[in-house]
Ligand binder design. Structure first.
Ligand code: NAI
Ligand SMILES: Nc1nc(O)c(N)c(N[C@@H]2O[C@H](COP(=O)(O)O)[C@@H](O)[C@H]2O)n1
Length: 271
C-alpha cells in the first residue's frame, strides 16, 4: 500500500493555528473531543460527482493541509457511505510523520454494511505500521470474519444501542453527543470529521453544530453539476414558518492555497 508522500510547508500551519485542537492536558477529562468538521467541495457545493464515487477536488497544497490536520487530531471519522465509496486510507501521508501522530480511523456503520476485509486500505496500512487500526461504531454485532479482521490489526468494534429517536428511526440512528462521548471515554481528545454528505448535512443542523468547534472547508475552482453528493443541510424555519439560515460561521479566515481556497471558521453561537 504505497502512495506518494505529501509535502507540507510548515509555515502553512500558522494560517490555521487558531482553529486547531488545544494540547491535551492530562488533568482534564472533557466530555467530548475538540471536533473539527472538514471536507473539500466544488463551487456548487458537491463532495463528489455521483453517490458512491470518489472525486478528487483538493489540489496538492490543500491536500497536504488536510493531511497536516489529520496529524493534529487523535481520530478521524467518516460515515460508512464514504468507507464503501472510497476505501480510504485515512492516515497522514506527510513524509516523516510517526505512528504516534497518526489519527485513529473511526467508521460509523450502524447496520454493518462496510465490507471490511484484509485488503481494505485502513487494514493494510495498520498492518504495515503506516496508520492506526480502525474502530467501527455499529448498532448490531458484525459478522465474525469482519470483527476478526478489525481485531487482528488491533482495531475495535463498539456495538452501541442508540436511544430510540422520536421521529427519524433510521436517518440518524446514533446521536452525535452519544458518539462524541463514546470516543472521549476511549481517549479521543480531538476528532476530525471528514464526511460524507449525510454526516456533514446532519452535523450542520443547529442542534448538532453546537458540538463542532472548528470548520475547515477546501473549496476547489470547479463545478461538478447536478446529481452529485451535495453539502446542503435541511432547511430551517422560525416560529412563524419563515425560512432562516441554518448555520453560520464566525471568526472566518479565507486562506488561498494554490488554486483552492481554504475557509476556516467557528460555528456562530458557540462561546
Ligand atoms: N470531498 C470530500 O471532502 C469528501 C467526499 N466524500 C464523498 O461523500 C460520499 C459519501 O457520502 P454519503 O453517501 O452521504 O455517506 P456518508 O459517508 O455520510 O455515510 C452515511 C452513512 O453513515 C452512517 N451514519 C451517518 N450518520 C450517522 C449517525 N449519526 N449515527 C449512525 N450512523 C450514521 C449511516 O449508515 C449513513 O447511511 C462519497 O462519494 C465520498 O467520496 C466523503 C468525505 C469527504
Ligand atoms: N480533502 C479532501 N479532498 C478531496 O478532494 C477529497 N476527495 C477528500 N476526500 C476525503 O478523503 C478521503 C480519502 O482519503 P485518503 O486519501 O484515501 O486517505 C475520502 O474518503 C474522503 O473522506 N478530501
Amino acid at each position: 500500500m504505497s502512495r506518494p508522500p505529501l509535502t507540507f510547508a510548515p509555515h502553512h500551519s500558522t494560517l490555521i493555528a487558531p482553529y486547531m485542537p488545544p494540547s491535551p492536558s492530562p488533568s482534564s477529562h472533557p466530555r467530548k473531543p475538540h471536533t473539527t468538521l472538514t471536507f473539500a467541495t466544488s463551487l456548487d457545493s458537491n463532495l463528489a460527482l455521483s453517490p458512491g464515487t470518489q472525486t478528487p477536488l483538493s489540489g496538492p497544497l490543500s491536500k497536504a493541509l488536510t493531511h497536516y490536520l489529520r496529524s493534529r487530531h487523535t481520530a478521524i471519522l467518516i460515515g460508512v457511505g464514504t468507507a464503501i465509496a472510497d476505501d480510504p486510507s485515512l492516515n497522514c501521508r506527510i513524509a516523516g510523520v510517526a505512528l504516534e501522530h497518526q489519527p485513529r480511523p473511526v467508521v460509523l456503520d450502524p447496520h454493518g454494511r462496510w465490507p471490511i476485509s484484509a485488503t481494505s486500505s485502513v487494514v493494510q496500512l495498520a498492518r504495515e505500521g503506516q496508520g492506526r487500526a480502525p474502530w467501527i461504531i455499529t448498532c448490531r454485532e458484525l459478522e465474525a470474519e469482519k470483527r476478526e479482521v478489525v481485531e487482528s490489526v488491533g482495531g475495535q468494534v463498539f456495538v452501541v444501542s442508540p436511544p430510540p429517536p422520536p421521529k427519524f428511526p433510521l436517518a440518524t440512528p446514533i446521536s452525535w453527543p452519544h458518539i462524541l462521548a463514546l470516543l472521549s471515554t476511549h481517549g479521543i481528545t480531538s476528532l476530525m470529521i471528514e464526511g460524507g454528505g449525510t454526516v456533514i448535512n446532519t452535523l450542520l443542523h443547529p442542534n448538532n453544530m453546537a458540538l463542532v468547534d472548528s470548520v475547515i472547508v477546501t473549496i476547489a475552482p470547479v463545478w461538478l453539476g447536478r446529481g452529485g453528493v451535495q453539502v446542503c443541510p435541511e432547511a430551517r424555519a422560525d416560529e412563524h414558518g419563515a425560512k432562516v439560515p441554518v448555520s453560520r460561521l464566525r471568526d472566518v479566515q479565507w486562506v488561498p492555497l494554490g488554486e483552492d481556497v481554504v475557509l476556516c471558521g467557528r460555528p456562530a453561537g458557540r462561546g
